[in-house]
Write a protein that binds this ligand. Structure first.
Ligand SMILES: *[C@@H]1O[C@H](CO)[C@@H](O)[C@H](O)[C@H]1NC(C)=O
Ligand SMILES: *[C@@H]1O[C@H](CO)[C@@H](O)[C@H](O)[C@H]1NC(C)=O
Ligand SMILES: *[C@@H]1O[C@H](CO)[C@@H](O)[C@H](O)[C@H]1NC(C)=O
Ligand SMILES: *[C@@H]1O[C@H](CO)[C@@H](O)[C@H](O)[C@H]1NC(C)=O
Ligand SMILES: *[C@@H]1O[C@H](CO)[C@@H](O)[C@H](O)[C@H]1NC(C)=O
Length: 502
């Protein structure tokens, strides 16, 4: 069986490490500004307080250079206040990194109990200060209707239940990659199979929606033979799996598949369902490749943000330069693939234009610090479609305070029924690529400053928290699903057959 380059790594241990890293980097977002670094590698290690550990009020501390992987930590490693992750017991507060079981039982459970989804970490010191997660404010300007979001979100938290089928074995089912560009697959797989997740029910009779937990990324990885040009093995597997679910349980036929969903960020996700026609037409697809010209329907399906976790390190989240100190007009770096990039490069590569830094790289994702630094320095970050409509740059731009420029025609943006994307991003039709500089340069500074400021409010909707917090990326996807369940009940969804385009 061949393996493709789409590498997940996967594994719960790895996911856990990522999540732990996230507590530091994402949720707490304590970041000593990277601007002070003299060069890429010479970043001074800083100390971060990670999380409370129960009633002892002990704290997990670690020292590491920014962007170093907590994911590399092994069971039994001692994280201490100084000198890296070396063994330093003497009198310092410390905690051990457990294996998954310990982590679940101790750290994660305690975090969950102590913090819950309604609280976030506010201040860090010997103790951890918590504050309630703030409710969305209409005055931020980013919402169509903040009070509607608050109401539906609260209703969802109270009522929404998901049943996850137990059928099938890892790694094709029940797991997914936790790093690189498809990391959101593994994060959701784990979260939806964590028994203490409040949306998960063990009782299918109580379920509003049913998760069909095969993982397209692992299916492609394991069942697609590179060079074979044949989707058959993976498509057959998915068909068999869904047919099995349909024949072994009464729930699929009851709704003709309409209250069932799959989730994945893999480019080929929507192709995996071809062979099961009813699933393909009726079920909810939660996809990064939310291409409205393909079999993706914005009222029924859910646009999933692409969250990249390079090398298993949750990306740091910070403001970047203030708007007046963003000297570059536009920045892009990426590979030359898909329908849009060749046009971009044709017009903007090697133009010797210091306003437009457009790089062609063989790597789709650059781990180079300069990539982040340029995102901090640029006013606008280009997010052209790659092989598919979506790009990890969208979330990256939001993380680094760079106003995203979405260059693709068929993209149904994530959370686009809630967020007013036009207030914090620029949508550029592909035909306008030649005029891009003129268009971006003509945006008045005041408009730019307003857009850039809104990114700070938008950001929390694109952050993964452990445990999940109200209004974060996990909850926003749940919210989209809940809205679809309500549409289903109100018969507001039209089921349309669109022949697949190979
Ligand atoms: C659901 O319908 C299919 C045919 O459409 C059938 O093969 C399957 O056995 C049915 N499932 C159950 C549980 O009756
Ligand atoms: C189930 O959905 C399929 C595809 O939309 C449709 O062709 C079929 O008629 C539906 N079956 C029932 C019983 O509604
Ligand atoms: C402006 O940007 C430069 C280079 O990116 C940086 O060195 C400087 O500290 C920044 N100034 C402010 C006020 O942010
Ligand atoms: C690039 O532009 C700069 C300033 O506009 C100019 O001095 C330089 O010669 C140009 N380089 C090339 C290779 O055209
Ligand atoms: C979206 O789907 C259409 C139809 O398959 C395709 O022609 C187009 O290239 C896709 N867009 C992107 C950016 O992949």
């Amino acid at each position: 069986m061949g393996r493709t380059a789409y590498h997940g790594g996967g594994g719960l241990g790895l996911c856990f490490a990522v999540l732990l890293a996230f507590v530091v980097l994402g949720s707490v977002a304590l970041w000593r500004s990277p601007h002070h670094a003299d060069s890429g590698d010479a970043v001074n290690p800083s100390t971060y307080l990670v999380a409370p550990l129960g009633s002892s009020r002990g704290a997990l501390e670690t020292t590491y250079p920014p962007r170093r992987a907590l994911a590399q930590l092994k069971k039994g490693d001692i994280l201490s206040g100084e000198g890296g992750s070396s063994q330093k017991d003497g009198g310092q507060r410390k905690a051990r990194v457990g294996n998954k079981a310990e982590a679940d039982d101790q750290l994660r459970e305690k975090l969950l109990k102590e913090i819950g989804s309604s609280w976030e970490i506010d201040a860090l010191g010997t103790d951890v200060a918590l504050k309630p997660v703030s409710e969305p404010q209409q005055s931020t300007g980013i919402y169509y209707d903040a009070s509607a979001l608050i109401a539906t979100h609260a209703e969802m938290e109270e009522k929404f239940k998901i049943y996850v089928y137990k059928d099938g074995d890892e790694p094709l089912v029940h797991t997914g990659p936790c790093k690189e560009i498809y990391a959101i697959d593994g994060l959701f797989q784990n979260e939806l199979q964590r028994e203490t997740n409040k949306f998960v029910t063990k009782d299918p009779a109580r379920a509003d929606l049913f998760f069909v937990p095969y993982n397209p990324t692992n299916v492609v990885d394991l069942l697609f033979e590179p060079g074979s040009h044949s989707y058959a093995p993976m498509v057959e597997f998915v068909k068999d799996y869904i047919t099995h679910i349909q024949s072994q349980h009464p729930y699929f036929n009851r709704s003709n598949g309409t209250d069932h969903f799959m989730l994945s960020c893999h480019d080929w996700s929507s192709y995996t369902t071809w062979a099961h026609e009813v699933f393909d037409i009726n079920s909810i697809k939660v996809l990064c490749n939310a291409n409205s010209s393909q079999n993706f329907h914005s009222k029924k399906d859910v646009s999933l943000p692409e969250l990249t976790i390079p090398g298993g390190m949750y990306p740091l989240v910070f403001d970047g330069n203030p708007p007046e100190n963003r000297s570059l007009l536009a920045f892009f770096s990426g590979g030359d693939h898909g329908p849009v990039r060749p046009l971009l490069f044709q017009h903007w590569l090697n133009r010797n234009d210091s306003d437009m830094l457009i790089f062609k790289q063989t790597q789709v994702i650059s781990l180079d610090e300069n990539y982040i630094k340029l995102m901090e320095r640029a006013k606008f970050c280009l997010c052209p479609a790659g092989y598919d409509v979506n790009s990890p740059r969208l979330v990256e731009s939001i993380y680094y305070g760079c106003v995203p420029v979405i260059v693709t025609d068929d993209f149904v943006l994530p959370f686009s029924e809630v967020l007013r994307w036009e207030t914090f991003s620029v949508r550029l039709p592909v035909k306008d690529i030649p005029n891009m500089k003129k268009i971006l340069a003509s945006i008045p500074l005041a408009t730019y400053i307003s857009m850039q400021a809104k990114l700070k409010h938008v950001r929390r909707h694109f952050i993964w928290n452990n445990p999940p917090q109200k209004y974060d990326i996990f909850h926003m996807v749940m919210h989209d699903l809940w809205v679809r369940k309500k549409r289903l009940l109100n018969k507001e969804i039209e089921y349309v057959y669109v022949p697949n385009v190979h």
